[in-house]
Design a protein around this ligand. Structure first.
Ligand SMILES: *[C@@H]1O[C@H](CO)[C@@H](O)[C@H](O)[C@H]1NC(C)=O
Ligand SMILES: *[C@@H]1O[C@H](CO)[C@@H](O)[C@H](O)[C@H]1NC(C)=O
Ligand SMILES: *[C@@H]1O[C@H](CO)[C@@H](O)[C@H](O)[C@H]1NC(C)=O
Ligand SMILES: [Fe+2]
Ligand SMILES: [Fe+2]
Length: 270
C-alpha cells in the first residue's frame, strides 16, 4: 500500500474525507484478506487463463480503464489512463533509451480491466501477497483482516514455508489473485516480447511486502533476487508520478502506440 498510510496524519485533506477514504480502503482489504485463499486463487487462475473472455488491442484496454475508480488506492481520483500515461512519461524522462520500460509504465495496471468484467475489487486491485504459507507481518492490516480467512488456521498453509519449498522461486508461488498476475498471463499467452525484467515489474509491482519490506525472501531464488532491483526501480515511478497535472493523452498516443506495435501488437486475447 502506498505512502498514504505513512503520512496519514499530515496529509492535506479534511479529517472526515480521510475517514471516508480509510474505510473504503480498509473494507477492500478486509474482503481481500478474508477471501483470498489457495482454493480461491487456483479457481481464478483457471477461470482467467482460458483467454476466451474477449479480444482487444492494448490501447483500447488502457483507455477502457477510465471507467474505473480503484477502491484500494487513496491517491488517485482521476481516470486510470492518466496514471498509465504519467507513469510512462516519468520513466521516459529517466530512461529514454529503454522503450520497453516506458511501455511497462503505460500498461502495468491494465489488468484492472478485470473489475470492469464483474470481478470484485478485492480480487483485482491492492497489494498482493503469497497464499499457501504464513501471511507475514508486513502485509497491510495484517493483524485485523485475516481472522476469517480459512487458510490462517490450516496447518498446511500457516507455517513459514507452508506448501512451498525453501527458495522455490516466486514463479512457483501462488500470489493473491489480482491485476498483476492477470496482465502477466495475458502478455505471456499473446507472446508479447517485453523483456524478462519488464514482465517481473508487471507481475510483482503490487507485492509490497516483498519489494518494499523485504519479506518472503525465503521463497525467492537467485533469479528473483536479480530482478528485485528492477521491480524497485519501477515502483518509484508508479508511486511518485501521480500528480494533478494531467498529461495530454491525445498528443502522447502515437508514440505509445508505436511501442505497443513493437512489443504487443494487434488484437490480444483476454
Ligand atoms: C468474501 O467475504 C465475505 C465476507 O466474509 C463473504 O460474505 C463473501 O461470501 C466472500 N466471497 C467469496 C467469493 O468467497
Ligand atoms: C471460456 O471457456 C470456459 C471453459 O471452456 C467456459 O466455461 C466459459 O464459459 C468460456 N467463457 C466464455 C466467455 O466464452
Ligand atoms: C501485530 O501483532 C504482532 C503480534 O501480536 C505484534 O507484534 C505487532 O506489533 C502487531 N502489529 C501492529 C501493526 O499492530
Ligand atoms: Fe497496479
Ligand atoms: Fe499503478
Amino acid at each position: 500500500l502506498k505512502m498514504f498510510w505513512v503520512f496519514f496524519s499530515c496529509i492535506d485533506v479534511s479529517v472526515s474525507q480521510s475517514g471516508i477514504l480509510f474505510s473504503r480502503v480498509f473494507k477492500t482489504y478486509s474482503l481481500m484478506h478474508t477471501n483470498q485463499t489457495v482454493e480461491f486463487v487456483k479457481r481464478k487462475y483457471s477461470e482467467w487463463t482460458q483467454f476466451n473472455h474477449t479480444q482487444m488491442g492494448m490501447m483500447d484496454a488502457i483507455m477502457s480503464l477510465d471507467q474505473l475508480v480503484d477502491e484500494s488506492d487513496p491517491d488517485v481520483d482521476f481516470p486510470n489512463s492518466f496514471h498509465a500515461f504519467q507513469t510512462a512519461e516519468g520513466i521516459r524522462q529517466e530512461h529514454p533509451d529503454k522503450d520497453w520500460f516506458q511501455l511497462v509504465g503505460l500498461i502495468h495496471d491494465v489488468g484492472k480491466i478485470l473489475a470492469l468484467w464483474d470481478e470484485p475489487q478485492w480480487a483485482v486491485v491492492g497489494d498482493t501477497f503469497p497464499v499457501g504459507c504464513r501471511f507475514q507481518d508486513s502485509i497491510v492490516f495484517r493483524n485485523n483482516t485475516f481472522m476469517e480467512n480459512p487458510d490462517e488456521k490450516d496447518q498446511t498453509y500457516n507455517s513459514e514455508t507452508g506448501m512451498y519449498k525453501l527458495n522455490c522461486g516466486l514463479d512457483n508461488v501462488l500470489m493473491s489473485w489480482g491485476h498483476d498476475e492477470y496482465l502477466y498471463r495475458v502478455l505471456k499467452f499473446n507472446s508479447c516480447s517485453i523483456p524478462e525484467e519488464g514482465l517481473y515489474m508487471i507481475r510483482f509491482h503490487s507485492f509490497y511486502p516483498w519489494h518494499s519490506n523485504g519479506d518472503y525472501m525465503h521463497l525467492c531464488n537467485d533469479k528473483d533476487k536479480q530482478m528485485l532491483p528492477w521491480v524497485k526501480e519501477f515502483n518509484k515511478f508508479d508511486l511518485y508520478t501521480k500528480t494533478s497535472t494531467l498529461p495530454d493523452v491525445d498528443e502522447l498516443k502515437p508514440y505509445y502506440q508505436s511501442l505497443i506495435d513493437k512489443y504487443c501488437p494487434g488484437i490480444l486475447k483476454w
